[in-house]
Every structure is written in C-alpha cells, then in structure tokens.
Design a protein. Structure first.
Length: 488
C-alpha cells in the first residue's frame, strides 16, 4: 500500500481509461482497465463487480453534470469535483455501478484526481469528460493516489456515562478518529450497517455479566457488516463482505478474529445481523432446542414484532403450532397477522392475563419470553402441565433502578411441572451452520419473512438504540453508516 508523501506537487492528475492505458483520449475503454490500474485481482469475477467494490470501499463518487450541491465551494481546478472529506453529504453516496458503469457506458469519461487550491489540502476525486491534455500516469502513482483517499476521518460512538434508570442520549459521544491503516495480519473494514440490540443495555452498567460491560471513553462494540477496504491479512481479501463485532463505528481495524465472510449474492448483507444472524439463531435454538414445540401445540411469544420474536413465531408456525403474539401497536399487530400468527394482542390495551383467557382459553404449551414482568406471570398462569418457558430476555426490566418483584405464582412451576430454561446464544455456535442452512431455505421459500428498521447515520445511533426500549422498531433495528451492495 502506498501513500502520496507530498501530494502538493501532483497538481492535477488526469487518467484516461482506454485500451492503451492513460495514453490516447477518446478511445473506448475496457471495463477491466480500472481494476488493472488500481491493482485489483479480478479473481475470475466480472471486472465491473470488482472495481465497484474497490470504488465503493474507498468512497469514490461520480458527480452529476447538474449536481451543483456537491461541488466545491468557490473556484476549483477542475469541473465536477467532489471533496472526499465532505463526509456529511457523501458518506453513503455512490453512482450506479461505481467507476465501472462510467467506463462501460461512457467510455469518453476519465478519472480525475486533483487538489484544490493551497488553502484546501484534502484529496478530491471526481469523474469528468476526457481532455486533450490527458497524460500517461504510472500505476504506482494512481494506486497511491486512490489509497490516499483513506486518510480521512472515521466516526465512532463512545459511552461516556453510566445510566441510572432509562438512559439518555447524553451518555453517548460521537468522536472523530483517523481512518486506520492495517499492519501485517490486519485489515480495515468500511462498515455498512451495525446492530443495536437489547442485550447492550445491561452492558452500559458497571457490573460483570455473561459479557463484559462497555468501557467508558472507548468505542462501543457489537455486530456489524462491512466491506474490506484494505487488507494485509492472509484470509481476507479487499472487496470481500464480512460480519464482525466492531460495530458502533464507520471504519473498523481488525486482526480477523470473530470475523467471517458473507456472500451479498445469497442474501442482503443486512440479514447477517438479523434473520440469518444472531437474532434468527437465538429464535431457532431457543424454540426448537428448549421449547421443543410439537405439532398442534399453542405457543405464546412476547416482544413478537422484534427481530427475535417475529422469527420465533414464524418458526413455531413452521413446526405446525398455533401461535399467539404480544406487541405494542396496531401496526405491529397487523404485521404479525400478515406473518401468519393465529392471534395477536396489544399489551397496552388490556392485561396480558385477560388477553390469554380470551385467545387461549384452553391454555398454552410454550412461552417464548423476551419481556419478563407481567407477561411471565400471566404465561405461568396460562401454561398447561409440562409446559416450557424459553427465557430469552427481559426487556421490561432492563431499565429498573431497583430489583422488581418476581412472578407471584411461581409455585405453579411445581404444581404444573413446568420447565424454565434460560440460555446465552454464544454458547451454542456449534449449531449455527445447521440453523443457517435451514433458515436460508425458509427465507428463500417465503416461510420466514423479516422487516428491518434502518436508521441512517452514525450520529443517530444513540437514538436508534434507545428506541428499542420505546418500541420504535419493527423487526431488526439497524444503523446504516456506509454503502451496501444494493446502493450500486
């Protein structure tokens, strides 16, 4: 990897992508030419796909002819130039097909690398018409110039205070840091999405649980998907899409641990954080291994419109069960019925016990618990003999300042011979492949459907996270911080 040690003397750099590299303006270009110039190994793939990936990871953008809002303010060296460090506007922007489409559809286009005047030292890249003054540029100069685009700024979210009760956005801080460079054995990932999950709320407290608390003043962590922008790691190549645990930031430096490749052709990359990722796996293992539903049984799911609950309810339907869901709005209830739930009720509108008396007069066999509190007490009362409770979460209690009283009918666990079992999904990743194969088939044939609530911009991550506890999501809550394959 090369950088421009002193970009000042470079001035204006114009490269015409032609059959003869950067030599004769106006000749028709091959789509593979850009890949050759920037040193990308095509790996047997279609060349426009590879160069799209490289361009997308490096934030190379095309500027429309009439797009004055994205030009530099004031005089510039070249028309149609985009300041790469204008992250507020360009963070997620990319032309359709990246540079490949420009070359393929408009072979007269050229890639321009320029510097503004002496008062603006930021590297800039745009795409403009080829010019008679085009010059031949050695590969190492072009490659170094494009890699220099990564010397920008990344943003990350840090926890700066401990909550007491319901957290506020003042406990989070958005911090700018330099985009890291990988050393030997490392790689840099341009994140596209990261996950916000209810389990992160207890991690804000200063107490040890099954996972360590967040450290004050440091970037928070969690699931994320992104594209490898630069790699000096033997296992991961530039352009690949990966799932990892360095969320809550726009760019991530990793040694490759707790990271795996994902295929954006098989399913949207965001699903690796939802229905085909940890939430879907949590639903699968909890329901089938602990709930052991049998055909014809009745299953109650609380938090049924969330990422885990909606998957668990649909899987119970796949198992041949009658499924009742609890959720917190008319929109969520309508979605549950659309998914095939047999009944659904709004716990804001009536007590859970009353709802179950009406919707399950003969009782229930399995309770998939995401909520705790009054739902758990009502479920214990409604469960038939030998019923099973899958203790997945207790979101109703995460913001409690003082410990709350448990269910008042716990003795029924004895008299009804009930089984209650909690679990931590990270203990069971030996079963992930089995889940992924089965869930992938269900998604493809339409039996397992999903929704995502996507909040754009890392600056809105705290609001997205806290919205989980206000019921603002339907399905998986995600924060989008960079381009994904569907943007192209």
């Amino acid at each position: 990897m090369r950088r421009l040690d002193d970009p000042g003397p470079l001035g204006e750099l114009v490269v015409e992508l032609t059959r003869a590299p950067a030599r004769v303006a106006g000749e028709h270009a091959r789509p593979a030419q850009l890949a050759e110039l920037v040193g990308v190994d095509l790996g047997g793939q279609e060349p426009d796909r590879v160069e799209d990936q490289r361009a997308r990871a490096l934030d190379v953008h095309e500027v429309g002819e009439d797009d004055d809002g994205r030009r530099l303010h004031g005089p510039t060296d070249v028309d149609d130039v985009v300041p790469v460090d204008d992250r507020g506007k360009l963070r997620n922007g990319l032309c359709d097909g990246g540079l490949g489409a420009s070359v393929q559809d408009h072979p007269e286009r050229a890639v321009l690398g320029v510097l503004a005047d002496e008062h603006d030292r930021a590297p800039e890249v745009g795409i403009d018409q080829a010019r008679a003054r085009d010059e031949e540029v050695p590969l190492d100069r072009l490659h170094g110039h494009i890699i220099a685009l990564m010397s920008g700024v990344s943003r990350e979210v840090r926890l700066v205070g401990r909550p007491r009760g319901e957290p506020g956005e003042d406990l989070f801080e958005i911090v700018e840091t330099p985009i890291p460079e990988p050393a030997d054995g490392q790689l840099v990932v341009r994140n596209a999405y990261f996950s916000v999950d209810p389990y992160m709320r207890p991690r804000m407290n200063d107490m040890r649980s099954y996972v360590a608390p967040f450290t004050l003043g440091e970037a928070m962590t969690g699931g994320a998907v992104g594209q490898v922008a630069a790699s000096r790691h033997p296992r991961f190549a530039e352009g690949e899409w990966v799932l990892h645990q360095l969320g809550w930031r726009e760019w991530a430096l990793s040694d490759g641990s707790a990271m795996r490749e994902i295929d954006p052709v098989v399913a949207p990359v965001s699903t690796a954080l939802g229905v085909l990722g940890m939430p879907g796996f949590t639903a699968y293992y909890g329901l089938f291994e602990l709930g052991t539903p049998a055909e014809g049984e009745t299953v109650l799911v609380s938090g049924a419109a969330g990422a885990v609950g909606s998957a668990a309810g649909q899987m119970a339907k796949i198992a041949g069960c009658r499924v009742i869901g609890s959720a917190g709005s008319e929109e969520k209830l309508a979605w549950l019925l659309e998914l095939g739930f047999d009944a659904a009720f709004d716990y804001h509108e009536r007590p859970v016990r009353d709802a179950l008396r009406e919707l399950a007069p003969d009782g229930i066999d399995v309770y998939f618990d995401n909520v705790g509190g009054d739902h758990l007490e009502a479920a214990i009362g409604a469960l038939r003999n030998y019923g099973r409770i899958v203790a997945c979460g207790s979101v109703a209690r995460y913001n409690d300042v003082e410990p709350s009283a448990g269910p008042r009918n716990m003795f029924m666990v004895v008299t009804k011979r009930l089984r209650i079992q909690g679990y931590i999904i990270s203990d069971h990743y030996d079963r992930f492949r089995e889940f992924h194969e089965r869930a992938g088939d269900w998604v493809r044939d339409g039996r397992l459907r999903y929704r995502e609530t996507v909040i754009d911009g890392i600056e809105n991550a705290p609001r997205a996270f806290l919205g989980l506890f206000r019921g603002e999501n339907i399905g998986k809550m995600l924060v989008k911080v960079g381009p994904d394959p569907s943007d192209a």
